[in-house]
Write a protein that binds this ligand. Structure first.
Ligand SMILES: [Zn+2]
Length: 181
């Protein structure tokens, strides 16, 4: 089998890394390590989202992939969870620019991972709610292109006729409106 366990309360597998849990999705299936704690329902939703999307839409960038799973996880558990986390990162001046986050390998760990997990979920929710699922599917598929392809034709210009910077401004304004801060 093609995944690795890290014993400081985390599991690392090729497609997804979630610290302090015990769940993951990979080509072999979805795994959940039972450690005697309370319900992992949100994580089950997260990992099943990965699997369902791989089967139907194929792969994408880490940001799009995790964003969709973080969004459905929040819908299943606490709908403002991602947004509140982003709000906290903004307040502490620890949020990365969207232009950087979209190319992060989110599972790698460190401050990039901490910020971009919830940011991806919040941004994906903004895209779907503002521009619809059809455009999001197109975005998801186009973001799977190699960096050269994305540099040549921007996913954001192609789908939304906007730069990523413009979308970032819209997202943060939407977030402030949604959370009233
Ligand atoms: Zn994930």
């Amino acid at each position: 089998m093609n995944f690795e366990f890290i014993w400081n309360n985390a599991i690392s597998i090729p497609n997804c890394f979630i610290p302090i849990t015990g769940a993951g999705a990979g080509p072999e299936g979805i795994f959940n390590i039972y450690r005697g704690e309370t319900s992992n329902y949100g994580l089950a939703v997260h990992e099943n989202t990965h699997k369902l999307i791989y089967l139907n839409w194929g792969k994408s960038s880490s940001f799009m992939d995790e964003g969709l799973a973080m969004y459905t996880q929040a819908l299943a558990t606490n709908k403002d969870k991602n947004h509140r986390a982003v709000q906290k990162f903004i307040k502490e001046n620890k949020l990365f620019p969207l232009g950087k986050m979209v190319s992060f390998q989110i599972g790698k760990g460190g401050p990039e991972t901490m910020a971009s997990y919830p940011a991806s979920g919040s941004f994906v929710e903004f895209l779907i709610k503002t521009y619809g699922l059809k455009s999001f599917k197109q975005t998801y598929i186009l973001e799977n292109r190699p960096p050269e392809g994305k540099e040549k034709t921007s996913t954001w210009e192609k789908v939304y006729s906007k730069s990523l910077l413009e979308l970032e401004k819209e997202w943060l304004a939407w977030l402030r409106k949604t959370l009233k801060f």
